[in-house]
Design a protein around this ligand. Structure first.
Ligand code: UGA
Length: 438
């Protein structure tokens, strides 16, 4: 099948490459000519495992090409996937200007039948809007269908998630659209859920909000653990073995970040309120998430008493492991708060330091994790990269000025910290080490 992808970011590029991998002919569009030049060179401008290799492979297979012309793509393909950004706009609602522009551009170029598929995460009822926009701008009597096919890939495992999805959701209102999408997804072995367009749109927002709810729920339970002497890891394990609850997304920490959960939760609340449905539960998800990082900062401040001129090592800058994405990363917020309070930072991340430097530069960028902890008054961990999980705390202790650790992801070896006489403060866990003495 000839497929066009409009918008070659995390979702668009991954989707395009995976369609090529499954044998389709794909053209990817982006308006950023620098990015296109890099892509044509086989280079991806963000960190995503496996993506560069597949990009190179399909340059050679000739099943994947790039253009800045939507018109060229619309002419080439029979199915067009809209994968442009929907950033948070005013009052938390998604800003739909890019989707609207793409719908207009498609309408003005198509001369015969096209299936236009929304893959960007969009508010419910966007399908209707896309349809009416195309009808308004289409020239002649070109027929078309609109469909919704939400994406569920995670950054860091985007290729595996796309090639082997848990499910494929397609929202359609015509048999032709369903047939075309079934044909595209035939090489993917996954259960297919066929719904109305509105349901498909809501499945995406509801799924992300539910996952975010699980995280905020366990983070709230973590607070109860801290006050009651319980351990959040034990509680989550005991809950997660119930098949109805499931163990995933019950890791307590300093909260979720990224380009999806914060934006999608806000957008679901905003659109449901606009529809006249109050959303206190959804609003609380974001509130608890914001409080997590604030509480973490307060714990650091409380323990160190005065932050002015204290040196703090910060491990993990990306919003989660296996990506260099810093969007809504708790580390950025925390670094700004610590710097404002007068602390000096020695930061480390396996891949996100260049991106971090573009946002915050007045910190020391460490060569490796132990260079970061060297001479520091405390270590603060924001992201659970595997190399931090596996670190030998004896080496960390030897470099720190004070053997004090704040583990924002509960990923360090508590037993070893205890044996070494270190102080370790986690989330939803009892502190290791004496109070007021390190
Ligand atoms: C998320 C969803 O998981 C994908 O299904 C969805 O397609 C994507 O958003 C999207 O809408 O495009 P992603 O943002 O890449 O994917 O990352 P996740 O792995 O879901 O993690 C999100 C955040 O939650 C991270 O900050 C992570 O540290 C945090 N998290 C996750 C926790 O704090 N605790 C957990 O138990 C799990």
């Amino acid at each position: 099948m000839k497929i066009a992808i409009i918008g070659s970011g995390h979702v668009g590029l991954t989707t395009g490459i995976c369609f090529a991998e499954k044998g389709h002919e794909v053209i990817c569009v982006d308006h950023d000519t620098d990015k296109l030049a890099r892509l044509r060179n086989g280079e991806v401008w963000f960190f995503e495992p496996k993506l560069p290799d597949l990009l190179k492979k399909h340059h050679s297979s000739r099943r994947l090409r790039f253009t800045d012309s939507t018109a060229e793509a619309v002419k080439f393909a029979s199915v067009i996937f809209i994968c442009v950004g929907t950033p948070t706009g005013e009052s938390g609602k998604a800003d739909m200007r890019y989707v609207e522009k793409v719908a207009r551009d498609i309408a003005e170029t198509m001369t015969d039948y096209r299936l236009i598929v929304e893959k960007s995460t969009v508010p419910i009822m966007t399908g209707e809007r896309v349809k009416s926009t195309i009808l308004r701008y289409v020239r002649g009597d070109a027929h078309f269908d609109v469909a919704s096919n939400p994406e569920f890939l995670r950054e860091g495992s985007a290729i595996d998630d796309t090639l082997k999805p848990d499910r494929i959701v397609i929202g359609v209102d015509s048999a032709k659209a369903e047939t075309l999408l079934r044909e595209i997804y035939a090489p993917f072995e996954a259960p297919m859920v066929v719904t109305s367009i509105g349901s498909a749109e809501l499945i995406k927002h509801a799924s992300n909000s539910f996952l975010a709810l699980k995280i905020s729920f366990i983070n709230w339970i973590a607070r109860v653990c801290e006050q009651s002497g319980a351990d959040v890891h034990e509680v989550a394990r005991g809950m997660g073995l119930d098949a109805r609850i499931g163990a995933a997304f019950l890791n307590a920490g300093i909260g979720y970040g990224g380009s999806c959960f914060p934006k999608d939760v806000e957008a679901l609340a905003a659109i449901s309120e606009e529809l006249g449905v109050e959303a206190p539960l959804i609003r609380l998800i974001s509130q608890i998430n914001r409080e997590q990082r604030e509480r973490f900062f307060e714990a650091i401040q409380h323990e160190l008493w005065v932050l002015q001129d204290k040196t703090i090592a910060l491990w993990g800058l990306s919003f989660k492991p296996n990506t260099d994405d810093l969007r809504e990363a708790p580390s950025l917020w925390l670094a700004q708060r610590l710097l404002k309070a007068g602390a000096k930072l020695r930061v480390h991340d396996p891949v996100a330091m260049p991106a971090f430097k573009r946002a915050i530069s007045d910190v020391y960028f460490a060569k490796d994790p132990l260079d970061a902890t060297s001479g520091a008054d405390a270590l603060v961990l924001c992201t659970e990269w595997p190399q931090y999980r596996e670190v030998d705390l004896a080496k960390v202790k030897a470099t720190l000025r004070v053997p004090l650790i704040f583990d924002g992801r509960n990923c360090l070896d508590r037993k070893q910290a205890e044996e070494l006489g270190m102080t370790l403060i986690g989330i939803g866990k009892q502190r290791i080490g004496p109070r007021g003495k390190h």
